[in-house]
Design a protein around this ligand. Structure first.
Ligand code: GLA
Length: 731
């Protein structure tokens, strides 16, 4: 008997050896530590996520089991498992759920190995292998930690070698856990023309879910990013804040679950709604990237970390320049001809912007695109409107001395189009029910590789025939409706996932063939705003709502996560009550453009806009690549203020806006941020209407950075929709 026990123990040795080692994996940025640890069982747990630990010797004190109180020794201790499947001792939300070939629904993965490799200069990638010992299922976790930017992105790969496909009903990208006294969630919600509105709530026991089911875009009613205040409400300049976002241009889901011991888990991934995914043997399911930063100094710091990270690594041409432009959508809508367009090109030149952008309505002949009821899919120029075709327009732009850009919406199809007559099977459309529409159109079935080829071909054909086109606006105006893919047939449950993968396949092909082509991502305003899409796009359109007052809130919302250079803002004629100066000053804090005819302006207004464009070009390095500070929130005041600080704090730009001041309201000085306290800065108000002079008390004077940050500038006024742009130059 004793011999048998010894033999058994010997046989167990390799296993015991691996598990007894208690592997510790440290994923660090300069400011954050994420520490994972194996338990004796070989399962992998998060033992710490927080501010960076200073003493390496402290790591040995961490433990993989977190569950407290654990007074009952008969209960198996619970931990924060890094990729929990269903069916184990944890009774809260898992990261993934898989039904095996024998019908069993449990998966428990254990640590196998890990490696750490340096990437991208100051980043590391930690790759962890996990596997189930009962079922042939393997999980690979990836964590890319950007040290300087304090950003971690993580995703998972799921694989198996069972005989037949397994069905996954959940497949999150990642799960992270927190233990704090209280948690406050800032979520971002809205609709068309009211994007990214911020609201805050305290999280209590149970689950709060933010998700969308729009199919062809991430956002509209909910936006694919969030902030969690740990221990207190999210504050701009102090406190622990987790800011997270998912790179997935489709249905997403964030789950915030507070458990019985007041710990919080945050699960991010594709929304598995109506998407039980069938994973074939040896196929790898790669989840989207979950990207997060943990700031110890409030949301402002978190935003700047994400902005810098995005410019350095994620956004297309993140370090490059951006083109100013004049767009025709707001001034002409579908009603234009060659003469109107060539006049607008001259107006673009007169304004001093780099480019003219032609919007919707230039294509289709049998069912001409004269309104939004027809023509999507027929990407031939409308001869009746534009007899000289795109080459004629490119030529007119050349003659006017501006670049030329063009609008497309290639993932869509109008039921009234030649394409639909030829290929009704390319549209996502239910064969046996009354169709319903969003903006009178249907979404092409991008799960079908033939349709992917077609969509890529739309861009490729325009570019091949007109290599001088300098810019595209890529729109996507409809969520998926009539959810049925003629291509996937009985595998409809794959549609939401495979469609988005098809979209990426097209984005990727366009990007590979035209790596230097700037493209703005648009989706009925700002409904496509995620960090996977932005690998292929230089900027996104924040909203069709260009009322400057509304825009102050919308831009405030998006700036929490996206860098200024990716956020396009145009001066239009929305809100005539606002002066052209106010409208311009609001748009100028972002990636700047116009969508208004200068014939709507008087002499002074035009002169003002020209000067604003010149100022923008002169200062765009600071605006596009500087650090962005949100100084006064429009949610907390009748005024708002933001600023850009250029590299090395040598130059800065302050923007102050009086939205709806109250009679006799107290005006607080605006305290600046990000300046060098030891240098002196000259204060100069710019963007002044011709014939006016600055009434800013500090104008023309010089102050130390310290003074400007502690005492501030008296820039707010009691005027409705007044604004100021103030340049600060270090001496
Ligand atoms: C969407 C966009 C607009 C414009 C129109 C054209 O609504 O957001 O900017 O391009 O489509 O139809």
């Amino acid at each position: 008997m004793r011999k048998k026990i010894v033999l058994f123990l010997l046989a167990m040795l390799p296993m015991v050896h691996i598990y007894a080692q208690q592997t510790l994996i440290r994923i660090s940025t300069d400011e954050t530590d994420l520490i994972l640890q194996t338990a004796e069982t070989g399962r992998l747990y998060q033992s710490y996520l927080g501010a960076k630990l200073v003493n390496d010797t402290d790591l040995k004190n961490l433990t993989p089991y977190i569950s407290r109180p654990s007074t009952d020794s008969s209960v198996t201790p619970r931990g924060w498992e890094v990729y929990p499947g269903s069916g184990a001792e944890d009774y809260f939300e898992p990261a993934f759920v898989m039904q095996h070939n024998d019908g069993n629904l449990t998966t428990i993965v254990k640590y196998v190995s890990h490696e750490v490799k340096p990437i991208d200069g100051n980043a590391t990638e930690t790759i962890i292998q996990l596997k189930d010992e009962v079922y042939p299922v393997e999980i690979t976790l990836h964590y890319v930690a950007h040290a300087r930017e304090n950003v971690i992105k993580t995703w998972s790969e799921i694989r198996h070698t069972e005989k037949k496909p397994v069905t996954m009903s959940q497949y999150a990208s990642a799960i992270v856990y927190f233990e704090d006294t209280q948690y406050f969630l800032n979520e971002f919600s809205g609709d068309w023309a009211s994007e990214a509105g911020m609201t805050s709530q305290q999280l209590r026991f149970g689950k709060k879910i933010i998700d969308t089911k729009l199919g062809s875009r991430a956002a509209m009613h909910a936006y694919p990013f969030f902030q969690v205040g740990l221990g207190q409400k999210v504050q701009e300049n102090q406190g622990k804040v987790l800011v997270g976002t998912i790179g997935w241009t489709g249905n997403f889901r964030f789950t915030f679950e507070m458990d019985n011991v007041s710990n919080l888990r945050v699960i991010s991934g594709i929304n598995p709604y109506a998407s039980n995914y069938e994973l074939k043997p040896n196929e790898t399911f790669t989840t989207p990237e979950f990207i997060f930063t943990l700031s110890q100094e409030g949301a402002g710091k978190a935003s700047r970390s994400l902005h810098t990270w995005a410019r350095n690594y994620q956004l297309k041409d993140g370090k490059g320049d951006r083109l100013t432009l004049l767009n025709n959508w707001e001034s002409t809508s579908f009603d234009f001809d060659e003469k109107i367009l060539s006049d607008l090109m001259k107006e673009a030149k007169e304004l001093g912007v780099d480019m003219f952008l032609l919007d919707d309505g230039w294509f289709a002949n049998k069912y001409p695109r004269v309104n939004d009821h027809a023509g999507l899919g027929d990407w031939d120029v409308m001869h009746s409107k534009l007899p000289n075709g795109i080459p004629g327009l490119v030529q007119s732009a050349k003659e006017a001395g501006v670049k030329f850009g063009i609008w497309i919406e290639p993932e869509m199809i109008s039921p009234k189009s030649e394409l639909f007559e030829k290929h009704p099977e390319w549209a996502i459309l239910l064969p046996n029910r009354e169709p319903y529409y969003y903006r009178n159109q249907l979404v092409l079935d991008l799960s079908n590789p033939v349709v992917q080829d077609y969509v890529f071909g739309v861009v490729d054909k325009i570019m091949t025939e007109n290599p001088d086109i300098a810019y595209f606006k890529w729109d996507c105006n409809s969520p998926i409706t009539n959810i049925y893919s003629p291509y996937l047939k009985e595998k409809q449950r794959q549609l939401y996932v495979d469609h988005v993968r098809g979209v990426y396949n097209v984005f990727n092909r366009v990007n590979e063939k035209y790596p230097d082509l700037p493209i703005i991502l648009c989706s009925g305003g700002g409904a496509r705003c995620d960090y996977e899409a932005l690998k292929y796009f230089t900027e996104f359109w924040c909203s069709d709502n260009t009322d400057p007052v509304e825009r102050l809130y919308i831009q405030w919302g998006f700036s929490q996560v996206f860098p200024i250079k990716s956020m396009a803002a145009h001066v239009t004629s929305w809100n005539h009550a606002a002066s052209i100066k106010f409208r311009t000053d609001v748009a100028m804090m972002c990636k700047f453009g116009f969508d208004i005819s200068i014939t709507e302006m008087d002499k002074n207004e035009l002169a003002f806009c020209k000067e604003a464009v010149a100022n923008y070009h002169r200062l765009k390095k600071v605006i596009l690549d500087g650090d962005f500070y949100r100084l006064v929130s429009p949610y907390e005041s009748n005024h708002t203020a933001v600023m850009h600080v250029g590299e090395g704090a040598g130059q800065a730009l302050l923007y102050t806006y009086d939205i709806h001041p109250r009679f006799g309201g107290k005006l607080f000085p605006v305290k600046l941020q990000g300046l060098d306290p030891h240098r002196n800065y000259t204060v100069k108000e710019i963007n002044l209407m011709p014939g006016t002079t600055s009434r800013l008390k500090e104008n023309g004077k010089s102050y130390s950075g310290d003074y400007l940050m502690k005492v501030g500038i008296e820039a707010f006024t009691l005027g409705q929709m007044n604004s100021r742009v103030i340049e600060l130059t270090a001496e």
